[in-house]
Write a protein that binds this ligand. Structure first.
Ligand code: HSE
Length: 296
């Protein structure tokens, strides 16, 4: 039996739309072995697809097809802590788990770059799939089927206080509200901040984060789909966060908080209980390891 553990991811971090992402310490754990036919279950009894439409199965089957190997069937057991359709990379985690699980079952024919390219090509969001594989803070883009990426070492201790609402937002819907064209000054606004963000996290110049996460390419359009989203960002900043932004396509909001601020989470919990009862803040950290595969 192969066990694959894949971290949640937060794409964009404000300014880095479709190019920056970070792995977080919340995990989907998928166990997989070859079987006669398809047998898929969830440890918590969640209602998941149990046939060939299951994303993990489809990604595993894709690896078998690419490698020219017949697949009799798979037994898959899911233990998924990453909430779905909340902008925390749950589908990327399942995609990566399917690819890595199948690759391990086949003895590892795909190298890491093949896995990174395949995950981004299937998933469509290299800013989620790449940090899910590599861990840490990544810059990644997909061009003609190949991912060009770098894992940027982070300097300085921050917590990622993640405000998760009780409602879903599909990536498709959140991309559907974006304009086809943007003004030149909006493009410059974001690219200067995305570069500043990568440089500031590398050097530990955390005072830059408030400006570096600024964005006018996607968040202004997406807030319309996230009830109280703009207000949660403002509250997160007012409570002392270094910066706050929509996680991925939303609806979750992430506040980057100096790790020395030990009471931020309890202040946020109290504030949400009183003002935003549909939102629950949890404290996450950067996952430095990325996806891991074990034989169990
Ligand atoms: N960068 C993508 C988006 C991430 O914002 O639509 C989707 O998970």
């Amino acid at each position: 039996m192969i066990k694959v553990t894949v971290p949640a991811t937060s794409a964009n971090m404000g300014s880095g739309y479709d190019s920056i992402g970070i792995a977080l310490d919340l995990y989907n754990v998928i166990s997989m072995e070859e079987a006669d036919g398809i047998e898929i279950s969830d440890v918590s009894g969640a209602d998941i697809p149990t046939d060939e439409t299951n994303l993990i199965y489809q990604c595993a089957k894709k690896v078998y097809d690419i490698c020219g190997k017949p697949l009799r069937g798979l037994k898959i057991v899911e233990d998924c802590a990453i909430p779905q359709t909340r902008g925390l990379g749950s589908s990327s985690a399942c995609t990566v788990a399917g690819i890595l699980g199948a690759n391990a079952l086949l003895g590892g024919p795909l190298g890491q770059q093949n896995v990174i390219d395949l995950a981004a090509s299937i998933e469509g969001h290299p800013d989620n799939s790449t940090p899910a594989i590599l861990g840490g803070f990544c810059v990644a883009l997909l061009e003609y089927g190949k991912v060009w990426s770098v894992r940027v070492p982070m300097n300085g201790k921050v917590d990622f206080i993640t405000f998760i609402p009780d409602f879903e937002l599909s990536t498709e819907k959140a991309r559907g509200v974006l304009p086809e064209k943007v003004a030149h000054h909006d493009a410059v606004f974001n690219l200067s901040r995305a570069a500043l963000l990568a440089g500031s996290l590398t050097t530990g110049k955390l005072e830059n984060i408030s400006v570096a996460v600024g964005d006018c390419l996607h968040q202004p359009y997406r807030f319309g789909l996230i009830p109280d989203g703009r207000e949660v960002v403002h509250a997160a900043r007012a409570m002392g966060a270094l910066g706050a932004f929509i996680s991925g396509a939303g609806p979750s909001i992430i506040a980057v908080v100096d790790a020395q601020d030990k009471t931020y989470l309890s202040r946020a919990e109290m504030y949400c209980a009183q003002n935003f009862p549909h939102w629950k803040p949890i404290c996450l950290h950067c996952d430095e390891t990325g996806a891991r595969v074990e034989q169990v």
